[in-house]
Design a binder for this molecule. Structure first.
Ligand code: PNS
Length: 158
């Protein structure tokens, strides 16, 4: 079984993330969406909320599982029997940091490959941070995140 891990903070999940998950699920037998508990960030949504939200917006995709991890991503991936990490790439500015992480993950677990998937052009400007900024300033979030999340994000930002 070909298993891939799609890691991130998902605070909150955006339509760009969802697009990568849907496309990856067509390539791999199973995609594990790995929601990171990062103690250095203070997220808008708790880890429990982020897991519940990611589960609800991916419930239509049969071969997607949502899990959480702490510590090294490469070790989590091996524990899940995955050989592939999927990363979405937006602009060139993503590349340097992603390149560094891919090489470090390869050093930690040489059998692990990082695959970069180009984002859909519609979402090339999208990030969780920009969604929070627009929401905080009262902007329209439609098209940026799943419709079912819009009110929830706005309430959280109040
Ligand atoms: O959505 P984000 O915040 O950009 O996701 C970043 C994430 C979770 C993919 C990254 O921080 C990560 O891999 N964290 C796990 C810690 C780790 O393994 N660090 C060494 C990798 S170089």
């Amino acid at each position: 079984m070909k298993i891939a891990i799609y890691p991130g903070s998902f605070d909150p999940i955006t339509n760009g993330h969802l697009d990568i998950i849907e496309r990856s699920a067509q390539i791999f037998d199973k995609v594990v969406v790995a929601v990171s508990i990062n103690s250095q960030k203070s997220p808008l949504f708790s880890i429990e909320e982020r897991i519940e939200i990611v589960k609800s917006v991916t419930s239509h995709i049969e071969n997607v599982e949502v899990k959480t991890f702490t510590g090294l991503l490469a070790e989590f991936a091996i524990k899940e029997n995955a050989k592939v990490l999927i990363k979405g790439l937006r602009a060139v500015s993503d590349f340097e940091y992603e390149f560094q992480m891919a090489l470090m993950n390869k050093k930690i677990q040489p059998e692990l490959e990082t695959l970069f998937m180009m984002c859909n052009k519609e979402y090339s400007y999208l990030s969780s941070s920009i969604v929070k900024e627009v929401g905080r300033l009262g902007g329209d979030l439609s098209g940026l995140v799943p419709d079912s999340l819009i009110e929830r994000i706005k309430n959280k930002l109040k």
